[in-house]
Design a protein around this ligand. Structure first.
Ligand code: ATP
Ligand code: MG
Length: 207
């Protein structure tokens, strides 16, 4: 085939590509133009894969970086040291921590319910406080799944929160009513995890 033919084919390809990209740009621009609401978003990060809490804390860090006021509540994991908590507390982010460690370690349902209630009360206050721009409810899903916490109480607090307030809920097996109420839901799937190959949980990477 001649060089002139090759050049011609390349030019047609380039033009087609340009036309396709123009169409993509028009569609994206139209979507951006029609998304004009500015309000608090309820986000759920669920699923069995790794990265739920880190995504939650990452969003909190992002908010703090914009000068927003953020607060965090950690259900279940009180017994664990937490790198994000060490850092964010230093810049004034209030934390409420359920101090029972993992529930499958305590094996005491009554004690867990009391600890959950003690953790939920300040969380409820945060969800009613218009001075807080973003609240992370880390591992809240288990409190609902184990019936430690009344689902309607959670839904009511979420629905009645200040309109500008963002909320992030993390944890596996999120109740469908919370998923229905949420604006943004991501399910993180596990493809593989180092733990299955014998790598232990390491500070600065896993917590
Ligand atoms: P991370 O805190 O790293 O974002 P996560 O919030 O998605 O993880 P959790 O279900 O809260 O995960 O579990 C917390 C701990 O369990 C972390 O140390 C994490 O590395 C580990 N983990 C998370 N997913 C898996 C998995 N699929 N297999 C084994 N261990 C996991
Ligand atoms: Mg987590």
């Amino acid at each position: 085939m001649s060089e002139a033919n090759d050049n011609n084919r390349d030019q047609v390809k380039a033009e087609r590509h340009q036309q396709r990209q123009q169409k993509v740009k028009e569609a994206v621009d139209a979507k951006v133009a029609s998304a004009q609401d500015e309000r608090g978003v309820l986000m759920v990060i669920t699923g069995n894969g790794k990265g739920k809490s880190t995504a939650g804390f990452g969003t909190l860090t992002r908010a703090v970086g914009h000068g927003k006021s953020a607060a965090a509540v950690q259900f279940i994991k009180g017994g664990w040291e937490c790198g994000e908590r060490n850092l964010l507390q230093k810049v004034g982010v209030p934390f409420v921590v359920m101090n029972t460690g993992f529930t499958w370690e305590t094996q005491n349902r009554e004690q867990d319910i009391i600890a959950c209630e003690k953790t939920w009360l300040p969380a409820e206050k945060m969800l009613a406080d218009p001075s807080i721009d973003i609240v992370l409810l880390d591992e809240l899903t288990y409190m609902v799944a184990y019936h430690y916490l009344d689902l309607d109480r959670v839904l009511t607090a979420l629905k009645n929160r200040p309109p500008h307030q963002h909320v992030i809920i993390t944890g596996r097996g999120c109740h469908r009513s919370i998923i229905e109420l949420a604006d943004t839901v991501s399910e993180i799937q596990s493809v593989k995890h180092a733990f299955e190959a014998g790598v232990k949980a390491q500070p600065g990477f896993d917590y």
